[in-house]
Design a protein around this ligand. Structure first.
Ligand SMILES: NC(=O)c1ccc[n+]([C@@H]2O[C@H](COP(=O)([O-])OP(=O)(O)OC[C@H]3O[C@@H](n4cnc5c(N)ncnc54)[C@H](OP(=O)(O)O)[C@@H]3O)[C@@H](O)[C@H]2O)c1
Length: 226
């Protein structure tokens, strides 16, 4: 039975990824800031365990990696993220929210990727997926989003570093744009359902080989310019 660890698995895209992998027979380790409130995640049918993780807490990341030291993790999915709405517009950038967005969207996935590299290398499938965003595309940026855009562009850069460093270990690194998804972050009127997004990304991760490592694609497989 393959194993996946998903951060931010208590709601939105992460919860839907957890549901799909569990339905496929995987062992799912879902992390949540407040496990006691992660009732939908805990109630999913299948082999689900819920672990506490505030992703910006480096000591907590290392403690979780140590707790799971004997666990081979086939897919490490860095999914937790925030939009940083109050740090988006020139002239009214909230410095604390800018810092928090960069911490959650860049600092955390880098340190989680580092802490769990050995678990991924020890697995059969050896994959690291990152929920990135098209809004991190420098080529497509025409202004604004001072927190979110740079945070996802930085995440993409880190993905390329993981891809380069871990290629010789056979690790496949996949930065993915989930589409504009109807979650708390994406808003109720977003065109893509969480199920469509999670299913699309899962299909891409399922079939990914080392030749796909370091490619930035959306949930339908379309390539996105850096
Ligand atoms: N929705 C979209 O249209 C869209 C588009 C492009 C990319 N994305 C990306 O997709 C990912 C998931 O987004 P979503 O739409 O599912 O958003 P969401 O519904 O707002 O869920 C965000 C998840 O991240 C977790 N999280 C946030 N900060 C955290 C922290 N400091 N420590 C631990 N967990 C934390 C949240 O936990 P809590 O419940 O504890 O807050 C929640 O589980 C994000 O990386 C986002 O940037 C989304």
């Amino acid at each position: 039975m393959p194993t996946i660890l998903i951060t931010g698995a208590n709601r939105g895209i992460g919860l839907n990824l957890a549901r799909l992998y569990a339905a496929d027979g995987w062992k799912v380790i879902g992390t949540a800031r407040k496990p006691a409130d992660a009732t939908e995640l805990a109630a999913l049918p299948g082999n689900i365990s819920v672990e506490a993780l505030e992703v910006t807490d480096h000591a907590a990341i290392k403690a979780l990696a140590a707790k799971l030291a004997r666990e081979a993790i086939d897919v490490l999915w860095n999914n937790a993220g925030v939009i940083g709405r109050n740090a988006a517009t020139l002239g009214s950038i909230d410095a604390d929210e800018l810092r928090e967005t960069l911490m959650i969207n860049i600092y955390a996935p880098i340190l989680i990727g580092e802490a769990f590299t050995a678990h991924v290398v020890a697995s059969q499938q050896k994959k690291m997926a990152f929920t990135s965003s098209k809004l991190g595309s420098i080529a497509e940026n025409s202004g604004g989003r001072y927190a979110y855009g740079p945070s996802k562009a930085g995440l993409n850069m880190a993905c390329m570093s993981f891809a380069g460093d871990l290629r010789s270990n056979g690790v496949i690194v996949l930065p993915l744009h989930p589409g504009h998804v109807a979650t708390d972050m994406g808003g109720a009127s977003a065109p893509v359902t969480p199920d469509q997004s999670a299913s699309g990304m899962k299909a891409i991760v399922d079939k990914a080989t080392l030749a796909d490592s370091g490619k930035f694609v959306d949930y339908q497989g379309a390539s996105i310019p850096w």
